[in-house]
Design a protein around this ligand. Structure first.
Ligand code: SME
Length: 160
């Protein structure tokens, strides 16, 4: 049994350190990318409050294709440059969006989503996936979330 959840009063940077350590423990030495993405999606869901979606889109033949996630069923294919995920992938930059309704071309997979954080996973200079977090709260994500998820993306880049 695994129980990696942080204490409820844990400060956010410390919770992210614990999340990255848990992801390291779960994916270290495991070569299967689907298993590793599935466990990381589950960790994100357990560690981070106020999410309605957490998971991966993978770069497959020049477009993003849905990967392991927690939450409701989602759009399967996202062209590069489209929506928050497609921009994060095409620009290889994190997208921290306080209000998705103000983001040109946002793809509404779930009408409950109000804010979103998308971090590219970069291996050998190429974007191989994005980590996508959605929240029903406006402005749910901040710089601490960005730093934490970017650290997670760097850790798992060679493992997915
Ligand atoms: N809203 C995203 C699409 C993916 S879902 O949120 C799971 C976007 O605009 O890229």
């Amino acid at each position: 049994m695994f129980d990696f959840r942080p204490a409820p009063d844990c400060p956010k940077p410390e919770a992210y350190r614990q999340l990255v350590d848990a992801a390291d423990a779960l994916t270290s030495g495991e070569p299967d990318p689907v298993a590793n993405m599935a466990n990381v999606a589950a960790l994100l869901w357990d560690f981070l409050p106020d999410l309605n979606w957490a998971g991966f889109y993978r770069m497959v033949e020049g477009e993003l294709v849905l990967g392991p996630f927690m939450g409701r069923p989602a759009c399967i294919r996202i062209p590069l440059g489209k929506g928050v995920c497609g921009v994060a992938a095409s620009d290889a930059t994190t997208q921290l969006v306080e209000d998705v309704h103000a983001f040109p071309g946002h793809i509404a997979c779930d009408s409950e989503t109000n804010s979103e954080l998308v971090v590219p996973v970069i291996r050998g200079g190429d974007v191989v996936a994005v980590i996508d977090l959605d929240s029903p709260l406006k402005a749910r994500f901040d710089e601490e979330d960005r730093e934490g998820i970017e650290a997670l993306a760097a850790l798992i880049a060679e493992r997915i």
